[in-house]
Each structure stands twice: as C-alpha cells, then as structure tokens.
Design a protein around this ligand. Structure first.
Ligand code: CAO
Length: 421
C-alpha cells in the first residue's frame, strides 16, 4: 500500500531562516529520489535540496520567498510501494557563490536569444545544479540564458523559453555567430524627422529579399559583352516597329540570350527541392523581369521566352511593365520563374550585385552600356560594352560554371546570329 512521507529541510549547517529562491516541483508531480525540490540562498551561497524519496507529491508546504530552517516541512509525498527511503544519503548541494553570480552583467544580445530575452555572455550565470543539469541535457549553455528569477537566477522556465526561441528562430540566424541587435535610435534627437509607413509591396518584397540574402550563399560574377553589332540591329528594328508603338530595348535581346545560356547550362534553370538534396530541372523557360514601380520592386514573369521572338518579347515587356506600374499585376503573374533579369541599364551604373529570387538559383544584373576602347587585332577600337553581373547560389553552381555561363551570354550578345543556331 502507498505510504505518505513528510520531507523536512535537512541539516544546512548553522543557517537559520534561509530564503527559498526557487521551487522546482508542485503538488501532483511524480519525482525520483534526488530530484531537486528547491533552492535555498544564504548570504554566502545557494544550495539545492534534493528529495530523499521517489513518488508523487501530495502537498507542497513552502513557496518562493519563505524563510526556512533545518526541520521545516517542505512537502508530503506518496512514496512508491517497495521503494524504501534513502533519506540519510541526501544532503543539500552547494551552488556557485551568490556574490559572483550577482556581479554578472548582461553584455550583448545575440540574435538567437533576443526574441525572448537578453543574453548574459561571458558572465557566470546564476543557476542551481539542477537547472544546470537540465540545461546541459538540452544542450544549452546556461551562461547564454537570461535569468528571470530572484537576483537574475535562471529558472527551468527560462531554459525552456530559451530552447523554444532557438527552435523558432529563422534558419540562418542560429549558429555560432552572434549578431548584435539593431540599435534603436531616436533620430529626432539629431534634427527634425518625418515617419512614413513602408508600402505593402516594399514590406513583402523586403521580407523575401532579406530571407534570400541571409539564407543563400551569393557570389556575383562580372563580365562585359560587346553589343556594338546587336545595338546597330536593335536600332534598325526599333525604327521599324516604332510606328506600332513597340519599343525595342536591349532587354528583349537579353531575354533571348539568357535562354540560350540556360539551355546550354541547365543547372541555371533548376531549383533545389524542399529537402535541399535534389535539383529540379525545368524544361520550360519562364524569366522574371525586375520592374521598378513607384511603390517598390515587382518581378513579373514572361512565359516561354524560348518560343517567342525579339519583337514579341519587347511588346510583352512593355505591357507587363506598364501593368506592374499601374498595380495590375497579380501574384500568379509573378510565379513560376526559372531565372530573373534585373536591368538598371536605362538608369546608369557600371555593376551591381542583385539578390537571387528564390527558389531560382541565379539572377542577371545588367548595367548601362558605354563606349570603351577595346584592343582588337593589334589596335584599340571603340566598342559598345554592356556590363553583366550574375549572382548565383553557390550551393548549386560552381564559380567555373558561372564564369562559363556569363562568358557564353557575352558571346551570344556579341554575335546574335548565335541565337538562330
Ligand atoms: N544600356 C544602355 N541603355 C539602355 C540599357 C542598357 N543596358 N537598357 C536600356 N537602355 C535604354 C533603353 O534603350 C531606353 O533608351 P531610349 O529611351 O533612348 O529608347 C532607356 O534606356 C530606357 O529603357 P527602359 O528602362 O524604358 O526599358 P528597359 O527595357 O531597359 O527596362 C524595365 C524595362 C521595366 C526593366 C525598366 O524600366 C525597369 O524598371 N528597370 C529597373 C529594374 C530594377 O529596379 N532593378 C533593380 C532591382 S534590385 O535587383
């Protein structure tokens, strides 16, 4: 038959009226012999009081803040039948001296923990052996956990919250690197200010850009294409179609050249699957085009670029960018892309490092073409050079492949007869 036992405060030396700073159990808990029941704190040290019995706690007679001495009743426990007491073997276990722990000051706020609480870094945490053991079992360094208990003592809840926060933290934020929290600056202190909300598009694209930037290992490969001949042809074509209101810009040629390079190097027309262990090769060629709108960046997708001619693509480009600027683009218009092109050529610049539009694995940045002296056949000749900046996902694409892809793209743009081959 079950037997009820009472558990009293054991011999704690000469101490009397010692404060209870933590209670680890509650009525109804099933505990093992030597599980920590509570932590006491004297002016010199903290100590854990373990249970002499295994069983189910029936009644708890103390709470945090109580002052207790040897012989004070802690709890009543229904001990498991056939499991005799081991009371004589159990004594309080000393914890780190209080003074050292109280002196600990939070010094930094790494990303992993900041969602829950600031972090004590490089400082000695104030935690009982039981909590230290509990943290150790979960693989948590208790010195990184901010204590919410009395005198910043780390409690079981603090450790659990820390683990929950680490699990919930976005992939890429966790790990050995500790990132400082952004400082909160009162800009008004330095001059007059005005605060305006970000547009809905900026909020959505910003979150995606942030995720892609922190989770994809980006490398950008730069190259130049001699587009002197292409430009002559483009001008002729442009003059021909101007009456039909079709504006033929270098971007239409870039779309076709990109498809030629994607066909030659299929890894660039692929995506990692959800497991991250397989590459999904697409047999279609849909290309996203970054469009600058007054409310922010949108990337509508042109479908089946391989099956369309330059004029058709130029027409669609004009239509889709007009629709984007009039906010008439739907979510579906921006899905299904295999590769993206971001052209700042109409604005200026010599190169930039575009952010990959996941789950795509590469994006081509295009800057403004300019006349440059190019050394050819023993002399410098003026050529129209187009700067290309290809950012790629280095998990999927090697540097050599990226250099080959970009060189091939430049070759096709230099001799657009290759598009017909
Ligand atoms: N070098 C030199 N001139 C260029 C050029 C280049 N690489 N690309 C375009 N141009 C010229 C065009 O020929 C056109 O000249 P004309 O007015 O004399 O005919 C002028 O620049 C303007 O072109 P455009 O911008 O109207 O047309 P586009 O096809 O080049 O681009 C679009 C269309 C929608 C992509 C563009 O308007 C746009 O929004 N670009 C910004 C994209 C962006 O913000 N990217 C950054 C995203 S962050 O990665």
């Amino acid at each position: 038959m079950a037997e009820i036992k009472q558990v009293f405060v054991p011999d704690i030396g000469a101490y009397k009226d010692v404060g209870v700073i933590e209670v680890m159990v509650k009525a109804g808990d099933t505990i093992k012999a030597e599980d920590t029941l509570l932590t006491l704190e004297t002016d010199k040290a903290a100590m854990d009081v373990p249970s002499p019995y295994a069983g189910v706690i029936k009644e708890l007679n103390i709470k945090v803040g109580d002052k207790i001495s040897q012989g004070s009743l802690i709890l009543s426990i229904e001990i498991a039948a056939g499991k005799p007491a081991a009371a004589a073997a159990v004594a309080p276990a000393p914890v780190a001296p209080v003074a050292a722990a109280v002196a600990a000051k939070p010094v930094a706020a790494p990303v992993v923990a900041q969602t829950v609480q600031p972090v004590v870094s490089g400082a000695k945490a104030h935690a009982s052996p039981a909590i230290r053991r509990f943290a150790r079992e979960l693989g948590v360094d208790v010195s990184f956990v901010k204590g919410s208990g009395e005198k910043s003592r780390v409690t079981k809840d603090d450790v659990q919250m820390f683990v929950k926060a680490a699990i919930a933290a976005p992939r890429g934020a966790a790990g050995g690197m500790q990132v400082l929290a952004m400082p909160v600056v009162d800009f008004a202190k330095f001059g007059s200010i005005e605060t305006k909300p970000l547009s809905r598009i900026k909020k959505i694209s910003g979150a995606n850009l942030h995720r892609n930037w922190v989770t994809i290992p980006h490398v950008t490969q730069f190259d130049e294409a001699d587009i002197s001949d292409m430009e002559a042809f483009r001008k002729d074509l442009g003059a021909e179609y101007a009456s039909q209101n079709i504006k033929i810009t270098p971007l239409a040629f870039l779309l076709k050249a990109a498809v030629a390079a994607l066909q030659k190097y299929p890894d660039f027309n692929a995506s990692l699957d959800a497991s991250g262990e397989n590459l999904v090769y697409k047999q279609y060629f849909h290309i996203g085009v970054a469009v600058d709108t007054p409310d922010g960046l949108m990337v509508p997708v042109l479908r089946d670029v391989d099956k369309k001619g330059i004029v058709q693509l130029a027409k669609e480009l004009g239509e889709i960018s007009a629709r984007a600027r009039e906010k008439k683009i739907s979510a579906a218009d921006m899905q299904g892309g295999c590769f993206s092109i971001s052209s700042l050529g109409g604005i200026g610049g010599t190169a930039f490092t575009p952010i990959i539009n996941a789950p795509e694995v590469a994006i081509l940045g295009v800057s403004k073409s300019s006349m440059k002296p190019v050394y050819k056949n023993g002399e410098f000749v003026p050529r129209l050079m187009l700067p290309l900046s290809l950012s790629y996902d280095h998990r999927v694409i090697d540097g050599a492949s990226a250099a080959r892809f970009t060189a091939y793209l430049a070759k096709v743009l230099s001799d657009i007869r290759l598009l017909a081959v």
